[in-house]
Design a protein around this ligand. Structure first.
Ligand SMILES: Nc1ncnc2c1ncn2[C@@H]1O[C@H](COP(=O)(O)OP(=O)(O)OP(=O)(O)O)[C@@H](O)[C@H]1O
Length: 653
């Protein structure tokens, strides 16, 4: 036993017997009380040096499963905190309310040392097992605190400094403890005060995220004491149900509500907060909540607390179902990256409105559409519009990578894991995308064995690079893209059904370019972009415009972009003529070549009679509704009129 451990045990023995101790004046009272609890309630012997208690994996899994949804919600906050403190030598622990470490991030280089110190997944840090420590004493008191070096009860832990903050669930019960710990630290305890503020602030954010996640279907009322911060990061957050009763809160809001009760009779003051009417605490009726949305000027969103009369500035978010109803009446403004995707096409408007509602959910998504319709472009816009935008967007084309390489590329490998491996090993694209979005293009081409591995990553949120024994936690949102009918692939046994269901939180289908009603808008936008780059103003001659409109665009937006690049390069003085367009387009059409009939596969070239028959059949099938026929054949109305004139088809009654 080391000398400082002997001195520490001596101090504990004196404190336990009620004798004065050397640090008495300087030791926080919360620590002294915990020491007394350890001896008198938990019956811990200061002389015994305990090894950290690490749960076996089966038991740990039970604790992790029970915390699964919470851990997932907390993950972004946990990782952000770790990034902020990792350079200072801290590791990070998230424990459940029983003190079991269910999530852990630390530098794997020091795995063995950290495990010996109990800074590890599965470590049990409750006070009755580990004595005075940040997690255990935080659970016992419900308060954030620093347990620094010799504050620890057990002499094994005295090299450590640990800072913990409680995270409460929306009803005020303890849900978890967030802790950062370091193996070494400066002697003064004050060195940890900033760490304490940081951990408290992240715990508050996790608590609020958990509240929002749990109460999507209720009103979310945020309150700030200052109008300037009402829409920025209001500290008090409450969920209110449609009958005007409190459904949940974060702990700052709980403390605020409790303060309002201080002047009430004790019986009233101690009643639980959940289920009580909001109007008991804030002078406001449920019908007033919708007018407290961010669209109203903040000065009109002042409310008063019912007990103290304190003014607060409110920001109310409507329940998801009410917002959905109002979407049908007046679409909400889309986040900029999504709004820029179309110019009024109805199918695109539906896709972007759905995507906007999904940006900050955890759901994995599937984007379907023909090649070049903008599946990756949409995935990037969803990523850019959401909270993950600060983290990487990693795109993988499953069809382009050979089967032998894709496993290592995706899941990574340790140095020397197999012949041909890169000497330093590879992190793998799944881990590269940690915290962000993994875009899996052509997911339908992923081999079945890799589908199984991907499924495991999505289900367990961890990845085990080849050659490693221990999995690495990972937090990704997958957006998968395909031009195939994935359900048909599932039915044919080529795609795993369980993976399909994991991925298809929502399926977004992009329309082919030939069906887009905003084709002209897109062309103008692309011409503008090219004009800016070339410092010219590009425009289209009427013939060239007709040709673009009539073409079938099998390569969709990508083909349109290439076509315009080509045409802009040839256009003299900025005006694109029919002749400036690529030959394949001109060959498909032939208003300039006598006798040739058709433009696009809807009107196949050289098949004048057939095209005429098809047009006639389409017109009859649609009762001569030109717009409907144009949609069916994938061209615009002008083209139908032109064809009717050319074939001498007149409406027959
Ligand atoms: N809404 C849009 N506005 C402007 N450019 C777009 C838009 N959508 C897609 N593009 C452009 O079109 C090209 C093709 O888009 P993208 O690669 O996203 O298509 P994709 O459907 O993923 O194609 P593939 O199936 O072949 O992988 C890209 O150059 C992209 O920048």
């Amino acid at each position: 036993m080391r000398q400082e451990q002997v001195a520490h045990i001596d101090e504990l023995m004196r404190a336990a017997s009620g004798l004065p101790v050397p640090s008495c004046g300087t030791r926080d009272s919360v620590i002294m009380k915990s020491w007394q609890r350890c001896v008198s309630e938990h019956r811990l012997d200061p002389v015994v040096l305990r090894e950290p208690l690490i749960l076996p994996s089966t038991q740990l899994r039970e604790h992790q499963d029970a915390m699964d949804e919470f851990t997932h919600t907390a993950r972004f906050g946990v990782e952000t905190l770790y990034r902020d403190v990792a350079g200072l030598g801290y590791v990070l622990l998230l424990t459940d309310a029983k003190g079991i470490t269910v999530d852990f991030i630390g530098d794997p280089t020091f795995d063995a040392t950290l495990m010996r110190a109990g800074l590890y997944l599965g470590a049990d840090w409750k006070e009755p097992s580990a004595g005075t420590c940040a997690v255990g004493t935080c659970i016992a008191t419900g308060e954030a605190l620093v347990v620094h070096q010799t504050d620890h009860f057990d002499a094994t832990h005295i090299p450590l400094t640990c800072t913990a903050a409680p995270v409460f669930d929306p009803s005020g019960a303890l849900a978890a403890v967030l802790d950062i710990s370091a193996l070494r630290s400066p002697q003064p305890k004050e060195s940890q005060l900033l760490a304490l503020q940081l951990v408290k602030s992240v715990a508050h954010k996790i608590e609020t995220a958990n509240l929002l996640n749990r109460f999507r279907g209720e009103f979310i009322l945020r309150l700030a004491p200052s109008p300037e911060f009402a829409d920025v990061d209001p500290p008090y957050v409450l969920a209110v149900d449609s009958s005007g009763c409190i459904a949940g809160f974060n702990s700052k809001a709980r403390a605020l509500l409790r303060r309002e009760l201080e002047a009430r009779p004790p019986a009233d003051a101690v009643r639980p907060l959940v289920g009580r009417r909001l109007s008991e605490f804030i002078e406001i009726a449920i019908d007033d909540l919708p007018r407290l949305g961010p669209a109203s000027p903040v000065a009109q969103r002042m409310v008063r607390l019912a007990g103290t009369g304190t003014p607060m500035f409110a920001h109310c978010q409507l329940p998801a179902r009410i917002s959905t109803r109002s979407v049908a009446a007046a679409p909400p403004s889309l986040p900029a990256p999504l709004a820029g995707l179309h110019g009024g096409d109805a199918a695109m408007a539906t896709v972007t409105a759905r995507a906007a509602r999904l940006v900050n959910t955890q759901m994995n998504l599937i984007v379907c559409g023909e090649t070049g319709t903008g599946k990756e472009f949409l995935a990037k816009a969803i990523h850019a519009a959401g909270a993950r935008s600060a983290r990487p967007f990693v795109a993988v084309n499953c069809a382009a990578l050979p089967e032998t390489l894709i496993e290592g590329e995706l899941f990574g490998y340790e140095a020397g894991a197999f012949t041909g491996a890169v000497a330093r090993g590879r992190k793998g694209l799944v881990l590269e995308a940690d915290g962000g979005t993994l875009f899996l293009d052509e997911i339908g081409d992923m081999p079945l064995t890799l589908q199984t591995r991907l499924l495991r990553v999505l289900a367990e949120r961890e990845v085990t690079p080849l050659g490693r024994t221990r999995p690495v936690p990972v937090n990704i949102r997958v957006i998968a893209a395909t031009h195939r009918d994935l359900l048909a692939e599932v039915n044919a046994g080529r795609f795993r059904e369980d993976l399909y269901f994991r991925l298809s939180g929502a399926v977004l289908t992009l329309p082919p370019l030939r069906r887009r009603a905003d084709f002209e808008w897109l062309v103008e936008r692309l011409l503008e972009e090219r004009g800016k780059a070339a410092k010219t103003r590009f425009s289209l001659s009427p013939d060239a415009r007709d040709l673009l409109r009539a073409y079938r665009w099998p390569g969709n937006i990508r083909e349109l972009m290439n076509t315009l690049d080509f045409a802009c390069a040839l256009a003299a003085e900025g005006t694109i003529q029919w002749e400036d367009l690529p030959e394949r387009l001109r060959e498909a059409d032939s208003p300039h070549e006598a006798g040739a009939a058709a433009l696009s596969p809807a009107f196949p070239s050289g098949e004048g009679e057939i095209a005429q028959d098809r047009l006639l059949a389409a017109l009859r099938a649609r009762s001569w509704n030109i717009s409907a026929v144009a949609r069916d054949l994938g061209v615009d109305r002008t083209t139908i009129h032109r064809r009717m004139r050319r074939y001498g088809i007149a409406r027959r009654v």
